[in-house]
Design a protein around this ligand. Structure first.
Ligand code: SF4
Length: 366
């Protein structure tokens, strides 16, 4: 049996091994994880660990962040190298650099790269463009952000991170947020921004005068990226659930579109959703708008509550699902034999900038 073999191999590797599992992984992977969490919690666990081998059961950008946060003598391994994230792929360095340059050329905003101390709040009467990237992005983008006085955020700390960024942008400054427009917009609304204060940047589109006027009036410029899993949750599904469960509660992830978040009772990161479900009374009906593996696990963990996925036809995140137990077993076999398979190594040239952006994030309280 694969599961028994994984347990044996884990025992052989002992303290040299740490297995991290994201909430969206299937149960047959999660059962072997030393820690189960969201990308923020798992990045903290990687940074604190002294294990020689860290196997990241998640997707590529998470393993990259773990590699950046760990020492050179530690190896981060992704059991299946094809496990990427379609949202992270929606923003690349070339397009973001083009967007960055165009905004700087067409506005009065300055590049924080020229400030003596980009970590201090913005000097009075100055206005900067501050880049903020969601954790779901490549190391090259995290490096860009770090070099240009910006920061990484996750869905569990986005509000605190945006407060940090706005302080550094100055009164008339702006934040460029990528790649997930929905997390940016939903967090901005929670912080009191209006929809008009958040313009959208679609890579490849030429901007006319009206579009530049919208950017001029905005506080935040949102990259036109989205999660293909979370965009499937809709207001109609919420209405249908409420018709069938008049006392039911709906909670969704902030990667869902604004209308869906607005229609829900609450929204938050995967960890927030877990805590929220725990706090509900027995007998409560709860519809959850996030990845199906996590919803199914919550339903099993809380048999006293009626938990269902907001979209009953939803599939798992196809790339998270690429981490099959057979791949986990295979990388463990190779480690026991003395080789290091599927290692994720962020090139030296982008380590420093991305580390800076991640450390800025880790230093900020949620
Ligand atoms: S759930 Fe969405 S954002 Fe998360 S890994 Fe899958 S595609 Fe990417």
């Amino acid at each position: 049996m694969i599961s028994e073999r994984i347990t044996e191999l884990k025992q052989k590797l002992g303290n040299d091994l740490l297995i991290l599992g994201h909430h969206y992984q299937r149960d047959s992977i999660v059962m072997h994880a030393d820690f189960l969490g969201d990308s923020f919690m798992l990045s903290q666990k990687a940074a604190e660990s002294s294990a020689k081998y860290i196997i990241f059961c998640g997707v590529h950008f998470m393993a990259e962040s773990a590699d950046i946060l760990t020492d050179d003598n530690q190896s981060v391994i992704l059991p299946n190298l094809r496990a990427g994230c379609s949202m992270a792929d929606m923003a690349n360095l070339e397009d973001v650099t083009k967007c960055w340059n165009e905004i700087l050329e067409n506005t009065e905003l300055k590049d924080p790269i020229n400030r003596d101390n980009p970590d201090s709040p913005c000097p009075e009467n100055e206005s900067y463009l501050i880049p903020v990237t969601y954790m779901n992005s490549s190391a090259a983008l995290k490096s860009f952000v770090g070099e240009h006085g910006g920061i990484v955020c996750t869905s569990s700390n986005a509000q605190g991170i945006l407060n940090w960024a706005f302080e550094r942008a100055g009164k008339n400054g702006k934040v460029l947020f990528f790649p997930d427009q929905h997390l940016g917009r939903n967090t901005g609304l929670t912080m009191g921004l209006t929809v008009d204060q958040m313009a959208t940047w679609t890579p490849g589109e030429d901007l006319d005068r009206d579009a530049w006027n919208l950017i001029d009036k905005s506080k935040m410029i949102l990259w036109h990226g989205f999660c293909s899993v979370h965009k499937r949750f809709t207001v109609e599904q919420i209405e249908e659930f409420r018709n069938e469960n008049p006392d039911g509660i709906v909670i969704v992830h902030p990667e869902c579109p604004r209308e869906t978040v607005d229609a829900s009772d609450s929204n938050g990161s995967t960890q927030f959703i877990r805590n929220f479900v725990e706090q509900q009374k027995p007998g409560t009906s709860i519809a959850i708008g996030t990845e199906i593996n996590m919803v199914a696990r919550l339903a099993k963990e809380h048999p006293d509550k009626n938990i269902e996925c907001l979209d009953d036809k939803i599939c798992p995140c196809s790339t998270m699902y690429m981490i099959h137990p057979a791949y986990l077993m295979d990388v463990l076999e190779k480690l026991v034999e003395g080789s290091v398979p599927n290692q994720i190594s962020v090139p030296k040239g982008i380590q420093d900038g991305s580390l800076l952006a991640l450390e800025r994030m880790l230093s900020i309280k949620k």
